[in-house]
Design a protein around this ligand. Sequence first.
Ligand code: PRP
Length: 182
Amino acid sequence: MAKLHKDLQRLLISEEAIQGRVQEIAEEISRDYDEIGSLYIIGILKGAFIFLADLARELSIPHVVDFMAVSSYGKTASSSGEVRLVMDLREPITDKHVLVVEDIVDSGQTLNYLLKTLSGRKPASLKTCALVRKERESLDIQLDYLGFTIPDVWVVGYGLDFADTYRTLPYIAELKKTVYSA
Ligand code: PRP
């Protein structure tokens, strides 16, 4: 593998490990929805776009992809701030089998907001999928599909950013503290 960028502390999840796990999750989802025969996938922008693109292309069941964008006002290294909906779905989800796809669950605030908002629209079912979640004792959230649990550090790559950069790295790495506390 190429040398890590100077702003990165250490590699946490390699490209190979991510691709292998994405394939496993896609197989699990395809099995679970096989009898249902349809799936409405909601990717949460911006972070989920890379994970969703890889995951959706590995699914063997019919599916539709849609997007929502949320933003956390006042987000810092230690707080995720208040969640706001900045872009809504194209279609109603009433009576659809919905899977929300996130790149990361950190405080859980974003996913909790989404679950509350989407469940009010009366989907036939509502499940969640995240590539990574932070290791936090206080985190109590419903995650139906999960790739990896990672330490509570600032991570970038595979959709995850710092100031909108590093999203297209093929791996996930810890960002040096000196970068985000500068
Ligand atoms: C990130 C990530 C999740 C959220 C998780 O999004 O994509 O949506 O944070 O954090 P939480 O569990 O503490 O709520 P962010 O708001 O940084 O926007 P982005 O996806 O556009 O980078």
